[in-house]
Design a binder for this molecule. Structure first.
Ligand SMILES: [Zn+2]
Length: 182
């Protein structure tokens, strides 16, 4: 957990602020009567260490609340909060499914795509919408397999679908329900 320390001339006590996105900021007085300026930050750090269990509890509460996709999904903040998590998730799923296909790819990326769940470029870069994180696991897996298969077939031909259906037999049915997918 990253904690931001801010010195304040007006603060009289150490204050821990946790904002809506779970960012933890610690404001501490520039001077303490005992010890002087040098020890002010150290004192604040000690105080934070004592309060850690409480801080962790509050942050966990906030991030649980922020999972709610209705709240502010598609905002830049929502994307930034979940970007790494989405990339880890999708990387794991690509590696899992590509054990079966064994295709070559150069990079996996996660973006805040406007109207697409995933794309596969001619440079063999797989890009996924970060919101794949919030889909049902079997739907997310279909999207991953779909893009992996584009590494071999850059089209939606019968050959492409046969490749997808090897692993996801109900792929076409899933496709009907999810909308745009390149
Ligand atoms: Zn496609």
């Amino acid at each position: 957990m990253e904690i931001f320390y801010k010195e304040s001339k007006r603060a009289r006590n150490v204050r821990i602020k946790i904002n809506f996105y779970g960012k933890v900021e610690v404001v501490y007085p520039a001077k303490f009567l005992l010890g002087g300026k040098k020890s002010a930050k150290k004192y604040a750090e000690k105080f934070v260490a004592q309060k850690m269990p409480w801080i962790e509890k509050q942050v966990a509460k906030i991030s649980r609340k922020n999972i709610n996709p209705v709240l502010k999904i598609d905002s830049r903040e929502h994307f930034l909060i979940h970007k790494q998590q989405a990339l880890d998730f999708v990387t794991e799923r690509v590696e899992f499914w590509n054990q079966k296909y064994g295709f070559q790819y150069n990079e996996i990326r996660v973006k805040k795509l406007k109207s697409n769940w995933g794309t596969c470029s001619s440079k063999k870069v797989l890009t996924f919408n970060y919101k794949i994180l919030f889909l049902a696991p079997h739907v997310a897996d279909y999207i991953v397999v779909h893009e992996i298969c584009h590494l071999r077939e850059m089209n939606h031909s019968a050959r492409f679908w046969a490749l997808v259906e090897k692993e996801i037999p109900n792929a076409r049915e899933l496709q009907k329900n999810i909308g745009a997918l390149d």
